[in-house]
Design a protein. Structure first.
Length: 278
């Protein structure tokens, strides 16, 4: 038992929180599991935690029981608010619940650094939020770490190495500015209701400066082009990015006949610097 609140099944029954597919609702009801996810997020005692999509509050309870200094939870479904208010009452002054769409709402005013983001995300907005968190106007960003649930395939794309079919834009964006690693794998049955696919939790610890120098917009545009046509040789997928793309590729140590999948993060950063000088 991690707190004195009722079991989550009872909370869900009492508040009529039948899962809604449109909101990506697959709940975690095992509080041992949510405590494990909270522990994977690092030292919470000296951090504010931003949680997206708390739902009935299983992970929220894990975060609070793990000693999080303050949790700010953003939930879109108004039906969940009374259950979350009960958790706030059990942990006075430690939980702030914000009702709204995480894609539209800016919680910054409620958070004190260091900020750790922890979420069992709705799958339909997970990738979009991740890309936003990895591509802010300024680096370092407002967050110290991210600990996020994804579909297993997305988690594997984030940690993928060159040469694998999963390697692409997500791997480059994530590995350029953070150290992502898979910390937990979960079968569909871990959730209620079970989703169709397996899931995995990825923990990202931010780097204070990107791993290799490059302009974020140039790198992002380059990688989008290169992997947009991942089966093509780079000299054709990148044609038009520079007056002499073959020379630029060679100057970056990349063969013009290579495909995007084989180019390292360092190779893309070198090419981005050359393109930025053009
Ligand atoms: N964290 C809970 C858990 O682990 O049991 C619920 C996870 S469930 C996969 C995703 C949650 O995100 C749901 O509670 C859903 O209502 C909420 N949600 C969906 N879209 C959202 C959005 N745009 N902004 C904030 N919350 C959203």
């Amino acid at each position: 038992m991690i707190d004195t609140l009722p079991p989550l099944r009872a909370v869900i029954a009492r508040h009529g929180l039948s899962a809604r597919k449109a909101l990506g609702q697959n709940f975690l009801l095992d509080l041992n599991l949510t405590a494990r996810i909270a522990r994977a997020a690092g030292d919470l005692a000296n951090a504010d935690v931003l949680e997206i999509g708390p739902g009935p509050g299983g992970l929220t309870r894990g975060l609070l029981a793990s000693g999080a200094r303050h949790v700010v939870a953003v939930e879109r479904d108004a039906r969940c608010l009374p259950a979350l208010e009960e958790i706030a009452a059990a942990w006075p002054g430690r939980l702030t619940v914000l009702h709204g769409d995480a894609l539209a709402l800016d919680p910054a005013a409620h958070l004190r650094p260091p900020v750790r983001i922890v979420a069992n995300l709705p799958y339909n907005i997970g990738t979009e939020l991740l890309v936003r968190w990895l591509t802010p106007p300024q680096w370092p960003p407002f967050w110290q770490s991210l600990t996020l649930m994804f579909q297993k395939e997305v988690a594997e794309r984030i940690v993928a190495e060159p040469g694998s079919g999963a390697y692409g834009r997500l791997a480059i964006l994530a590995q350029w500015r953070s150290t992502p690693r898979i910390v937990l794998r979960l079968p569909p049955e871990a959730f209620t209701p079970p989703p169709k696919v397996a899931s995995a939790v990825v923990h990202f610890e931010r780097l204070e400066a990107p791993r290799f120098p490059a302009d974020a917009a140039v790198l992002s545009g380059l990688v989008a082009r290169a992997f947009g046509q991942r089966r093509k040789m780079l000299r054709s997928s990148l044609r038009g990015l520079s007056p002499d793309i073959e020379a630029d590729l060679r100057a970056a140590g990349i063969a013009p006949t290579d495909r995007a999948e084989t180019v390292s993060l360092e190779g893309f950063c070198t090419l981005a610097r050359i393109l930025a000088q053009r």
